[in-house]
Ligand binder design. Structure first.
Ligand SMILES: Nc1ncnc2c1ncn2[C@@H]1O[C@H](COP(=O)(O)OP(=O)(O)O)[C@@H](O)[C@H]1O
Ligand SMILES: [Mg+2]
Length: 239
């Protein structure tokens, strides 16, 4: 059990994003307010171009919003569209990212890819190795830790990427179409890993997905359309 479970770790209020100006002006994210709590997996659905990646990159502090505020694990990061904290520190401490392609460092093996995230933060190699192995083990990668990324299957690469995103126990994990390159059974396994790790490590996981068949594994479904995010009712989820 993680002490963070149930705590609001992401609070977004009136967050919006406008790209361009004049005739090219596009309000990709309309003012949006929502919370996510540690331990839950929130799926974000919606057609291409609806603003899902915009929302995720803003929540991940890698894309500045036009307006609004954002609080991560109780720390106010952005207020009235402006940074009010050291964003790179918050990124390192509070956030984990998983992308469509695993983006592993090709010349480091799986364990080294995961370990690096800790060593950058000053954790000793010995401790980092221990923690990386334990986590990879729990993700079903015990026999594959020292394989180079090129030797791993797509599903295995995403497991390493999930371990890398979670090794520093972030409060929020953002995953943008992490199962898009996987077949449906691998995709389902990855969603199961998110569910289990969200609970075990006390993180809120926001995952953009197109696969309706895995929605039984998530706690909440948000639907994005034309920059508007709406909570989808649970009963409608399986249809
Ligand atoms: N950097 C950018 N500059 C201008 N327009 C952008 C930029 N990024 C995304 N957009 C536009 O914003 C809208 C939402 O994009 P995006 O957030 O990537 O949607 P999704 O992830 O749901 O496909 C799209 O119309 C897209 O073309
Ligand atoms: Mg996208």
């Amino acid at each position: 059990m993680n002490e963070r479970l149930g705590k609001t770790v992401l609070h977004v209020e009136g967050l919006s994003k406008v790209y361009g100006e004049g005739p090219t002006r596009l309000e990709a994210l309309k003012p949006t307010t929502f919370d996510a709590v540690a331990g839950e997996v929130v799926a974000i659905l919606g057609p291409s171009g609806s603003g899902k990646s915009t929302l995720l990159t803003i929540a991940g502090l890698i894309n500045p919003p036009t307006a609004g505020s954002l609080t991560l694990n109780g720390k106010l990061a952005i207020k009235d569209g402006q940074p009010v904290a050291n964003l790179s520190t918050l990124r390192r401490q509070e956030l984990g990212y998983v992308f469509q392609r695993s983006n592993l460092i090709p010349f480091l093996n799986g364990e080294e890819n995961v370990r690096l995230a800790l060593e950058i933060d000053g954790v000793s190699t010995r401790e980092a190795r221990e923690r990386a192995r334990t986590l990879l083990d729990s993700l079903g990668m015990s026999g594959r830790m020292t394989a180079m990324p090129a030797k791993l299957s797509g599903g295995e690469q995403q497991r390493v990427a999930i371990a890398r995103a979670m090794i520093h126990q972030p409060s929020v994990v953002l995953a943008d179409e992490p199962t898009a390159a996987l077949d449906s059974s691998r995709g389902r396994q990855v969603m199961e890993l998110f569910r289990d790790s969200a609970h075990e490590h006390g993180a809120a996981v926001l995952v953009v997905t197109h696969d309706h068949r895995t929605l039984d594994l998530v706690d909440r479904v948000l639907e994005m359309e034309d920059g508007v995010l709406a909570e989808q009712d649970v009963a409608a989820r399986t249809t």
